[in-house]
Design a protein around this ligand. Structure first.
Ligand code: GAR
Length: 202
């Protein structure tokens, strides 16, 4: 089966969803979880799930993205991944790094791409008055949040939504979408996944 490395920066809830999905006849298995933050909550969760963990602290390489990425690459290669999943990984990767994983690196982004690449996606959707918001899983290319979209899930924006309520309604959908895309991708199927819109119950 395909070997999956997962890169995180924080709580790792998407990482947990991915790991828990890779069971039974799944075409892939998790081999390592790597964080750029040694204190990321997701590292302990990965350990509890029995997955190898590592960290590469970006703060040890101030003003030297290439040095950080060299160590990150070496750490990844120690686990020989076929697929790399970015799951709440909050470091921008250079073109040199993304080229090494071309066609085998995925990312989840909390917006309906191509809208709202970068940060503060929930606030930007609210400011724009969008009737819908959502999340996207895409292939990682050199440009930030820009590769082919392999799946999206959407929610209706309600009257009193805040960035926080949008984030908390969206997160459970991320946990459905990312495993669905990974399963297809690991089977060599790049047909986009579309989850039905979630309407909140009034
Ligand atoms: C998720 O909402 C993910 O979409 C977002 O960070 C959160 C991580 O949560 N990713 C980005 O903003 C990427 N730029 P998690 O650590 O619980 O999976």
């Amino acid at each position: 089966s395909k070997r999956v490395a997962i890169l995180i920066s924080g709580g790792g809830s998407n990482m947990v969803a991915l790991v828990n999905s890779m069971i039974g006849d799944h075409p892939a298995r998790p081999v390592v979880v790597i964080s750029n933050d040694p204190n990321a909550g997701g590292l302990a969760k990965a350990r509890d799930l029995g997955i190898a963990t590592a960290f590469v602290d970006h703060r040890e390489y101030p003003n030297d993205r290439n040095a950080f990425e060299e160590i990150l690459h070496a750490t990844l290669e120690g686990h020989n991944p076929d697929i790399v999943c970015l799951a709440g990984f909050m470091r921008i990767l250079t073109e040199g790094f993304t080229a090494r994983y071309e066609g085998r690196m995925l990312n989840i982004h909390p917006s309906l791409l191509p809208k709202y690449k970068g940060l503060h996606t929930h606030a930007r959707a609210l400011e724009a008055g969008d009737p819908e918001h959502g999340c996207s899983v895409h292939e990682v290319t050199a440009a930030l949040d820009d590769g082919p979209v392999l799946g999206q899930a959407r929610i209706a924006v309600e009257q009193n939504d805040t960035p926080e309520t949008l984030a908390s309604r969206l997160l459970p959908l991320e946990h459905e979408l990312y495993p669905a895309v990974l399963r297809r991708f690991a089977n060599g199927d790049r047909t986009p996944v579309r989850l039905p819109i979630m309407r909140s119950i009034p």
